[in-house]
Design a protein around this ligand. Structure first.
Ligand SMILES: Cc1cc2nc3c(=O)[nH]c(=O)nc-3n(C[C@H](O)[C@H](O)[C@H](O)COP(=O)(O)O)c2cc1C
Length: 197
């Protein structure tokens, strides 16, 4: 049935990595469990499944957004929340993720003014083999989503030494850390329901 009042918010679950064994994808799926347990409909997005060329205003003007980008724009417009795990590359956001955000952020003539990012509730996290868990990059991700008009939760999680943080089933070994990650998912849902009803 069509979701009209957002009592069942849709939450995008996304990692900024194309890597099959991505720690960030593993992490954000755990946050997605928290959102699902709080009543959200989860929309898992793997950027590797979409055709996303390097953004160029010429491609956009001459050919329009590629089909994969159009699909992503629709999914984001239709969602009320976003759970995002961003790898830290050289102290910042991964190029893959920034490129996807740039494409998705472009206005769409078919969208009736509905935005992909503005007004969406965003929960941030990161995982890295390093000791800070990608925390520095999250500051940049936060700035980007502020520029896009999203509401970013104050809490975030950075999982350090990610090579030993997860078991082979994709769970975190530390139950307190699991609780913190799942509570970000739950908080996105709680705020999304408040803001959309
Ligand atoms: C170009 C590049 C730059 C990186 N820079 C950082 C960094 O600044 N800080 C950090 O903690 N890890 C850095 N790393 C390591 C990544 O955190 C690591 O590859 C991580 O596994 C990427 O996330 P994923 O597992 O989700 O793909 C870098 C990796 C690459 C390829």
């Amino acid at each position: 049935m069509e979701n009209t009042n957002h009592r069942t918010p849709k939450v995008i679950v996304l990692a900024g990595s194309l890597r099959k064994g991505s720690y960030n994808r593993t992490l954000v799926r755990i946050a997605g469990q928290g959102a699902q347990a709080s009543g959200a409909q989860i929309v898992n997005i793997d950027l590797a499944d979409y055709e996303i060329p390097l953004f160029s205003e010429e491609i956009e003007a001459i050919e329009g957004a590629p089909a994969g980008v159009k699909d992503l724009k629709r999914l984001f417009r239709d969602a009320q929340g976003i759970l995002l795990a961003s790898p830290e590359y050289n102290g910042s956001i991964s190029g893959v993720l920034k490129n996807a955000i740039d494409w998705i952020s472009r206005p769409d003539p078919d969208a009736d003014g509905v935005s992909a990012f503005s007004g969406k509730i965003v929960g941030l996290m990161s995982a890295s083999p390093g000791g800070l868990g990608g925390l520095r990059g999250l500051n940049h991700v936060r700035d980007i989503f502020t520029a896009l008009g999203s509401y970013i939760l104050p809490s975030q999680v950075a999982v350090a030494e990610a090579y030993k943080a997860f078991d082979e089933d994709g769970n975190l070994n530390d139950s307190a850390q699991t609780d913190r990650v799942q509570s970000i998912g739950a908080e996105v849902v709680r705020v999304a329901i408040k803001l959309n009803n």
